[in-house]
Design a binder for this molecule. Structure first.
Ligand code: MLT
Length: 284
């Protein structure tokens, strides 16, 4: 593990290989370890793969200073619930600062789920630094009111009781029935990632996702090549969300992965890696 001191925090990251850079942005409430198979694969294929722990999660929860703005624009209840927040643009700014530190001008930005929201924000803030986008298990629209309230309830639960209940309730949605039955190592890795998340950091990210904007109107303006990946059985960000992004991103590719739910890159690592390689070879 490496650490870079940027924007007032110590950001932890993995880095391996040399060649065109690929930034791998994890989902919530996960950490860089979810990208292990992609780091190994990409570095062996002539890419420089980098996977940070995003602000508040993984090892980037130590010595944390939250810098996000609190959004008081909606209801009182919502403003109260926001509290400490890590916005998607806080995370995108951290990724850009890490790239500066590593002297990387441009990278393939690959995000899964929350990492996909960060990728959208990154592409909006720093379009010239995106050589291509990979959007896995994510979606463009913002949350509706009910989805926001569900996030605030989860925040209260994790701050009061820790991550255990959340891990057990999430696993059947994150993983396909096949993964749950036949891949105990993947199940254990996902459970352990959730259990080691710091509740305060996870809560801040959860509030940041509730506050995120709708990225739908950004899609037609994204000029970089894009690959959209989705698990056939993902109940969290289903195939329809991926098809929407694929239609709006001109010239994008869409890959639907069978026998996978939300954690496509871990559940079907080989299929995910093949899709990634084919896409990267199409323009690198
Ligand atoms: C994730 O995996 O990052 C989350 O499911 C994203 C979300 O809650 O919107």
């Amino acid at each position: 593990m490496n650490t870079a001191h940027i924007r007032g925090i110590d950001i932890a990251y993995y880095e391996a290989g040399s060649g065109p850079a690929v930034m791998l942005l994890h989902g919530y409430p996960f950490d860089r370890s979810m990208w292990r198979e992609q780091i190994d694969f990409l570095s062996a294929q002539g890419y420089r793969a980098i996977a940070p722990d995003l602000r508040g999660l993984g090892k980037t929860s130590d010595k944390l200073q939250f810098v996000g703005d609190v959004d008081h624009s909606s209801s009182e209840r919502q403003a109260e619930a926001y509290g400490t927040i890590t916005t998607m643009d806080d995370m995108a700014g951290d990724v850009a600062a890490l790239m500066d530190e590593l002297r990387i001008d441009q990278a393939v930005i690959c995000g899964l789920s929350m990492g996909g929201y960060v990728a959208f924000e990154f592409a909006h803030l720093f379009p010239a630094r995106v050589s291509a986008l990979v959007l896995a298990g994510t979606r463009a629209p913002a949350d509706n009111e009910q989805e926001k309230q569900a996030r605030f309830q989860q925040v209260e639960q994790m701050l009061a009781n820790g991550m255990t209940g959340i891990a057990e309730a999430s696993l059947p949605k994150l993983l396909s029935s096949r993964t749950l039955a036949e891949e105990p190592e993947v199940v254990a890795r996902v459970r352990e990632m959730i259990l080691r998340a710091a509740p305060e950091g996870a809560a801040a990210a959860q509030r940041g996702m509730a506050a995120r904007r709708d990225y739908s109107d950004d899609l037609p303006n994204i000029k970089a090549p894009a690959l959209v990946i989705v698990g056939r059985e993902d109940p969290i960000r289903p195939v329809a969300d991926a098809e929407f992004m694929h239609r709006a991103l001109s010239g994008s590719a869409l890959v639907i992965i069978e026998d996978a739910a939300h954690m496509t890159n871990m559940e079907q690592a080989e299929v995910f890696n093949q899709a990634l390689q084919e896409f990267l070879r199409s323009f690198h």
